[in-house]
Design a protein around this ligand. Structure first.
Ligand SMILES: CC/C=C\C/C=C/C(=O)SCCNC(=O)CCNC(=O)[C@H](O)C(C)(C)COP(=O)(O)OP(=O)(O)OC[C@H]1O[C@@H](n2cnc3c(N)ncnc32)[C@H](O)[C@@H]1OP(=O)(O)O
Length: 713
C-alpha cells in the first residue's frame, strides 16, 4: 500500500506502507502506480516526495512473492513512469533503500538520505540481479568500477559513501522526509534535464575490456559455482556497451534465467532460514517469544588464546565492557597487543574510534566478580573447564550467566560444577570469532529459557546469527562433520587421494575440501578429539575400534609429526604457508598402508565421493532432528552455511537433501551400507525413512513430522 497526501501546499507525499521494511509487494506497487498518477495529475502539486513509513524507505522487492504467481504492476515500467514524470520526484531515504527500493530511488530525479541510512543492491545474495534497472542506472551514476563492486557483492553502504559515489545527492542529520519536502519545493520549477539517470551516458574507462575481464575472473573465483555474480557482470557489460533500452532488455533476459534457478530458490530459503532461527524453541516448550533476555552490561572473557581474543573484540565492538582475563602476565600482554591491533584495524574498516577503553585486562580471576556474564574460552580440556566453573561459581555474583565456548564438551557436566546450573549455557563461536557470523547457543538440560534468551540476544548484539542447539557431543556442526570426515578417510583407504576427494567437494562448492580443511585446522586437533573419545591407540593401525570400522590414517600422520599447514606437511605439502600441493610421500604412504592391510585400490568417481561424504553428513542431520538437538532443518542449514563453508547457493545440507530427493538419499545410503555394513553412519536414520514413507514432503513441512517422530520416541 502507499498513502498519498499533499504537504507544504504543493508537494505530493507518497508514503510506502508495508511493515516491517516496506517491501514492494503487489499492493505496494499498485499503490505507487496509483498515487504517482494522482500526484502527476493534480495541478496543485508541483513536485513529489516518495518515502517509507516508520523510518524505513524500502527493503526491496517482496522476497516472499518470488516463489508465487506474481501479480500487480511490474517494477520496471513503474520506475520508468516515475523517471519520465514532468514534475520533480525526490526520494527521501531513511533506514534502508535496498534492492528494488534503491532502484525505485534511482528512478527518482533526486535522492536525499539520512546519515544513518544504508543503501545497496543485495540481489546477488538472493541469487538474482537488480533487474528493475539497477544494473543500467547505477553505473551511469557511479562509474563502472564502483557499480561492479557493489552489484557483484551486494554490499550495503553508508550514505556518506553513497554521497561520494553520487548515488545520493544530499545527506542530512535531520528528518530526510522534511528535508526532501523542502527540497522538492525548491526545485518545483526547475528543469529535469540531466536528472533522469537512464538518459545519461554510462562513463566507460579506456580499459573497459580489461576491467570486465578482471571482474569476471574475480567473480568466477569467489563465486564457486554461483551463477548470479556472473550474470551481474554480464548485465553491467551491457550497460557499458549498449544503449539504455537494449541494456534493459539484456538485464531482463539475464534475470529470467536467474529468477527460476535452483540457486535463487536456495539463497532465498537461506535468507528466511537465517531469520527463522531467531524464533527458537526448546524441547521443554520454552520459546523465544515467551523468554525475556536479561540486559547485559558488563562481560568477562576468560582465556585469551585465538578464540578468547576474537570474542573479546566482538564484545567490545558491540559496545559492551569486557574484563579480559589471562592467568599469566606474558600471554596477557601479548593478547592485549593483539586485541588492540584487531580493534584498530576493525575501526579503520568500519570508521569511528576503536573501543579500546571498553576492555580491562587482568591476570586475576577475582576481577570478574561483578560482571553480568562470563564467556570462558580456555583450552578445550574438560578437567580444566570443570575446575574453572567451580571457581567462577564461587567468585561471580549469583545471578551471573556462565557461558562456555566449547566446540564439543558436555554442557551439563560443566553446569553441574556451578551453584546455578540454570545460568550455564554453551556459546560456541567459530574462528576467527570476531569475523564468523555463526554462534551455536547450546542449552543444557538445566539451562533456563532466560539464559538461552540472554545468550541469543547477546549474540545478536555482537552481530552473530545465533542458533539454539541441544547438548550432545559436537552439538550440531561438529557432530555432523564426524561421519563426513570419516568417509573421507575410508575413501583414501579404498583408493582415492586427498586431492581427488577435495576436488570433488570444491567442485560442489565448498570453499575447502575436507583434507585441506583438516590441514588448516590441524591434524593434531582432530587427533586430540579422537583421543578424548578413546579411539586413539598409538602405534596401532587396527581398522576396527569400538566395534566399528575405523581408519587410523589421521593418527598415523599425527605420529609422523604431520600436523598440517602449521608443520608444512599434512595431507598435502606446503612449501609456502598456504598453498597445498600434492605430496608424493603421502601417496607412497597410502600405497604402503593399503598393501599392509590387503586393501585393493579401486577407481573412485566424484559422485561416490559426494554421495558418501554428503549423505552421511545429512543422515547425521536427520538423527539430530530426530533427537531434538536442532529444532528444525533451517537451524542445521544456517549452521552449515555460516560456519562450515557449505556453498550458500545450495541452501544447506538439509535443503540440499530435499532438492536431491529424500528417496534418493535413502537409497544411496542403503546402497553404500550394503557395501560397508561395518559403518553405522551409513545406516539410514528412522526420521529419514519416515519422511520418505510420508511421501517426501517439502522441507517446510518437516517440523510437523519430526514432532510426531519425537512423540513416538
Ligand atoms: C521481480 C524482481 C525485479 C527486480 C529486482 C529486485 C529485487 C529485489 O529487490 S530482491 C530484495 C532485495 N532486498 C534485500 O535483499 C533486503 C533484504 N532484507 C534485509 O537485508 C534486512 O531484512 C533489512 C536490512 C531490510 C532489515 O534488517 P533487520 O532490521 O535486521 O530485520 P530482519 O532482517 O530481521 O527483517 C525483518 C523482517 O522483514 C522481512 N524482510 C526483510 N526484507 C524483506 C523483503 N525484501 N521482502 C520480504 N520480507 C522481507 C524479514 O524476512 C523479516 O521477517 P521474518 O522475521 O518474518 O522473516
Amino acid at each position: 500500500m502507499a498513502q498519498y497526501s499533499r504537504v507544504s501546499g504543493n508537494v505530493g507525499l507518497i508514503t510506502l506502507q508495508n511493515p516491517p521494511v516496506n517491501a514492494l509487494s503487489a499492493a505496494v506497487r499498485q499503490g505507487i502506480v496509483d498515487t504517482v498518477k494522482r500526484a502527476l495529475g493534480d495541478p496543485e502539486v508541483k513536485s513529489v516526495v516518495i518515502c517509507g513509513q516508520n523510518g524505513v524507505f524500502c527493503g526491496g522487492a517482496d522476497i516472499r512473492e518470488f516463489g508465487t504467481h506474481m501479480t500487480g504492476p511490474p517494477l520496471v515500467p513503474m520506475i520508468h513512469a516515475i523517471e519520465m514524470a514532468d514534475k520533480p520526484v525526490v526520494a527521501a531515504i531513511e533506514g534502508v533503500a535496498l534492492g528494488g527500493g534503491l532502484e525505485l530511488a534511482l528512478g527518482c530525479h533526486y535522492r536525499i538520505a539520512h546519515t544513518k541510512a544504508k543503501v545497496g543492491l543485495p540481489e546477488v545474495t538472493l541469487g538474482l540481479l537488480p533487474a528493475a534497472g539497477g544494473t543500467q542506472r547505477l553505473p551511469r551514476l557511479t562509474g563502472l568500477p564502483a557499480a561492479i563492486a557493489l552489484i557483484t557483492t551486494g554490499r550495503q553502504i553508508t550514505t556518506a559513501e553513497a554521497l561520494k559515489l553520487s548515488i545520493v545527492d544530499q545527506v542530512t542529520d535531520y528528518s530526510a522526509v522534511d528535508t526532501a519536502v523542502k527540497f522538492a519545493k525548491s526545485v518545483a520549477e526547475r528543469s529535469l534535464d540531466g536528472r533522469r539517470v537512464s538518459e545519461r551516458p554510462c562513463p566507460c574507462p579506456p580499459d573497459v575490456d580489461a576491467l570486465f575481464e578482471a571482474a569476471m575472473q574475480k567473480v568466477r573465483q569467489s563465486a564457486r559455482g554461483a551463477i548470479a555474480p556472473v550474470a551481474c557482470v554480464q548485465a553491467l557489460q551491457a550497460a557499458a556497451t549498449m544503449p539504455y533500452a537494449l541494456g534493459m532488455q539484456r538485464e531482463k533476459e539475464l534475470m529470467a534465467t536467474l529468477f527460476t534457478s535452483g540457486q535463487a530458490r536456495a539463497l532465498q530459503y537461506s535468507f528466511f532460514a537465517q531469520r527463522a532461527v531467531g524464533r527458537w524453541s526448546l524441547p521443554s516448550g520454552a520459546r523465544w517469544d515467551g523468554s525475556k533476555p536479561r540486559p547485559i552490561r558488563k562481560t568477562a572473557v576468560i582465556g585469551l588464546g585465538t578464540m578468547g581474543r576474537g570474542i573479546t573484540v566482538s564484545l567490545a565492538q558491540a559496545g559492551l565492557s569486557v574484563i579480559a582475563v589471562e592467568a599469566q602476565e606474558k600471554p596477557l600482554k601479548e593478547a592485549q597487543q593483539a586485541i588492540s591491533g584487531m580493534l584498530q584495524r576493525g575501526a579503520k574498516r568500519r570508521g569511528g574510534a576503536p573501543p579500546l577503553d571498553l576492555i580491562t585486562y587482568s591476570a586475576n580471576l577475582q576481577a570478574v566478580a561483578d560482571v553480568d556474564l562470563v564467556i570462558e574460552a580456555v583450552f578445550e580440556d574438560v578437567a580444566l573447564k570443570k575446575q574453572l566453573f567451580q571457581h567462577l561459581s564461587a567468585i561471580c555474583k549469583p545471578e551471573a550467566f556462565l557461558c562456555t565456548n566449547t566446540s564439543a564438551l558436555d554442557i551439563d557436566l560443566l553446569a553441574s560444577q556451578s551453584r546455578h546450573p540454570e545460568l550455564v549455557v554453551g556459546m560456541h563461536f567459530f574462528a576467527p570469532a570476531h569475523v564468523m557470523k555463526l554462534l551455536e547457543v547450546v542449552h543444557g538440560s538445566r539451562s533456563s529459557p532466560e539464559a538461552v534468551a540472554t545468550a541469543m540476544n547477546l549474540g545478536k548484539q555482537m552481530g552473530k546469527v545465533g542458533v539454539a542447539v541441544g547438548n550432545c557431543h559436537g552439538f550440531v556442526g561438529n557432530r555432523m562433520l564426524k561421519p563426513y570426515l570419516e568417509q573421507g578417510l575410508f575413501l583414501l583407504e579404498e583408493g582415492a587421494t586427498p586431492e581427488m576427494v577435495d576436488g570433488a567437494l570444491e567442485e560442489f562448492g565448498f570453499a575447502m575440501g575436507l583434507f585441506r580443511m583438516s590441514d588448516l585446522s590441524g591434524i593434531d586437533v582432530g587427533w586430540r578429539v579422537r583421543k578424548g573419545e578413546g579411539l586413539v591407540q598409538p602405534g596401532a593401525s587396527v581398522r576396527v575400534r569400538q566395534g566399528r570400522r575405523y581408519s587410523p590414517l589421521g593418527d598415523l600422520l599425527y605420529e609422523q609429526g604431520r600436523f598440517g599447514q602449521k608443520t608444512g606437511r599434512g595431507w598435502y605439502r606446503y612449501d609456502n604457508r598456504h598453498e597445498a600441493k600434492p605430496d608424493p610421500w603421502l601417496n607412497n604412504f597410502l600405497e604402503d598402508y593399503r598393501a599392509r592391510h590387503g586393501l585393493a585400490a579401486r577407481r573412485i568417481e566424484c559422485q561416490e565421493v559426494l554421495e558418501r561424504c554428503l549423505y552421511t553428513l545429512i543422515n547425521e542431520g536427520f538423527r539430530i532432528l530426530e533427537e531434538g538437538i536442532a529444532a528444525g532443518p533451517e537451524d542445521i542449514d544456517v549452521i552449515y552455511v555460516l560456519g562450515y563453508g557449505w556453498p550458500k547457493h545450495r541452501g544447506g545440507p538439509m535443503y540440499y537433501a530435499s532438492m536431491v530427493g529424500l528417496i534418493k538419499v535413502l537409497e544411496r545410503l542403503e546402497h553404500y551400507l550394503r557395501a560397508h555394513p561395518d559403518v553405522p553412519s551409513l545406516q539410514p536414520c528412522s526420521l529419514l525413512r519416515r519422511l520418505v514413507a510420508s511421501g517426501s514432503p517439502p522441507i517446510h513441512k518437516w517440523r510437523k513430522i519430526i514432532k510426531k517422530t519425537q512423540s513416538h520416541l
